[in-house]
Design a protein around this ligand. Structure first.
Ligand code: FAD
Length: 363
């Protein structure tokens, strides 16, 4: 993915701030990157993907995250959609959907609802069989990338259990309503999506059932991707803070020579390193298909998001008025990083999962 890094670096350059201010990413850029398989790099070559391992894909995600949190968010959604299809789709469904996700079509994933945020068991979006079609009704909230998406991967309740349905956004009865001016990742195309008697072929329902599907498929992928994105935020913040502290002088010497500022730099370095190690560990377990990966992924997401939120605040402190200017990389990181503590399992939900694991496993 080295050449991909160079390509994305050139395409994004210094445009992320303008995209953030406009609240939109250029759609041709998304489709170009999607068509090169770069929005879901782990999809195997047989489906037009790059077949990247979790570590390489993670480092690439971190790089994109260091440039533009909104673009990284789109990658996370596309990767979640592709992983869900890979894990739950049968051979025909994988052959039908995955090549679309590596050839320029865009996808988003919906599980949250107005009354089902942290508690996804309260989900009410329903899918029912009617003759030879299925009918979808309900509402999904805050779906990242939905404004750009051609396909929505939707978790819904069937008569017996939770299932996953792939819904083309152009299907009659689908309404996508943009969320204006979110706090961060402002160009990531977040939307609330309503499904009103949406009729789909039975083949749109992926195999596999159960709410635990969420933890092992979409959420697990989303968590590791967000965690690597947080590593990128930390790298951007460390870079900006060190560069500034080396050159800006107050009281006759560079900021970096004032011990209290130096402590901020040390904390940022520690944050970046700790988050990186947690992500590398989770990715290694992911690539090894270890049963421990689910907990490792929650831990990586929790550690990386917490460090990113604190690290972005620290970097903003080091730059002070220079970082407070509209569109500065640390100002954007400050807003984007806070959201990382909310999505894909909030800080509190991650803590509950980790505490449960500790209680069950510590001798
Ligand atoms: P609530 O569940 O109402 O929680 C409010 C607060 O209470 C939180 O701090 C939470 O941690 C805490 N809390 C809740 N229950 C407990 C508990 N049992 N113990 C302790 N604390 C608790 N959803 C999608 O489906 N697809 C997406 O692509 C997507 N992208 C998103 C992008 C952004 C930028 C944001 C902000 C949200 C996105 N979401 C998406 C929704 C996201 O998954 C939810 O916001 C998240 O699950 C939290 O739900 P909630 O906002 O309803 O908060």
């Amino acid at each position: 993915l080295t050449s991909a890094r160079d390509l994305v670096g050139t395409l994004v350059a210094d445009r992320a701030d303008a995209w953030d201010a406009a609240g939109r990413l250029p759609e041709d850029l998304l489709r170009d990157l999607g068509g090169r398989g770069l929005l879901c790099a782990e999809v195997p070559g047989s489906y037009g993907g790059l077949g990247a391992g979790s570590r390489d894909s993670g480092e690439f995600t971190a790089y994109v995250g260091s440039l533009c949190g909104s673009l990284r968010s789109i990658m996370t959604s596309q990767g979640m959609a592709a992983w869900t299809v890979r894990r739950l789709g049968d051979q025909d469904q994988r052959a039908a959907y995955l090549p679309r996700l590596t050839s320029g079509e865009l996808a988003a994933v919906g599980f949250s609802e107005p009354d089902a945020g942290s508690d996804l068991s309260a989900m009410t979006t329903s899918v029912r069989v009617e003759d030879d079609v299925v009918v979808l009704d309900g509402e999904k909230m805050w779906v990242t990338g939905a404004c750009y998406a051609d396909l929505l991967v939707v978790f819904a309740r069937s008569e017996d259990d939770v299932v996953v349905v792939v819904v083309p956004t152009a299907t009659p009865g689908v309404t996508v309503e943009r969320i204006p001016d979110p706090l961060g990742c402002r160009a990531a195309g977040h939307a609330n999506v309503r499904f009103s008697s949406v009729r789909l072929p039975a083949s749109a329902v992926l195999g596999g059932t159960g709410l635990s599907l969420l933890a092992t498929t979409a959420l697990a992928y989303g968590r590791i991707s967000v965690a690597w994105g947080c590593v990128g935020i930390l790298r951007a913040c460390l870079n900006a803070a060190v560069t500034h502290a080396r050159t800006r002088e107050q009281f006759g010497k560079p900021l970096a020579r004032h011990q209290l500022v130096a402590r901020h730099l040390a904390e940022l370095l520690v944050s970046e390193q700790v988050a990186t190690r947690a992500c590398e560990h989770a990715s290694d377990l992911w690539d090894a298909r270890s049963p421990d990966l689910v907990t490792a992924v929650v831990l990586a997401k929790h550690v990386a998001a917490g460090h990113a939120a604190r690290g972005a605040a620290t970097a903003t402190q080091v730059l002070a008025s220079a970082g407070a200017a509209h569109g500065h990389v640390v100002a954007r990181a400050y807003r984007d990083a806070k959201l990382m503590e909310i999505i894909e399992g909030s800080t509190e939900i991650c803590q509950l999962i980790l505490a449960e694991h500790a209680v069950a496993t510590v001798a």
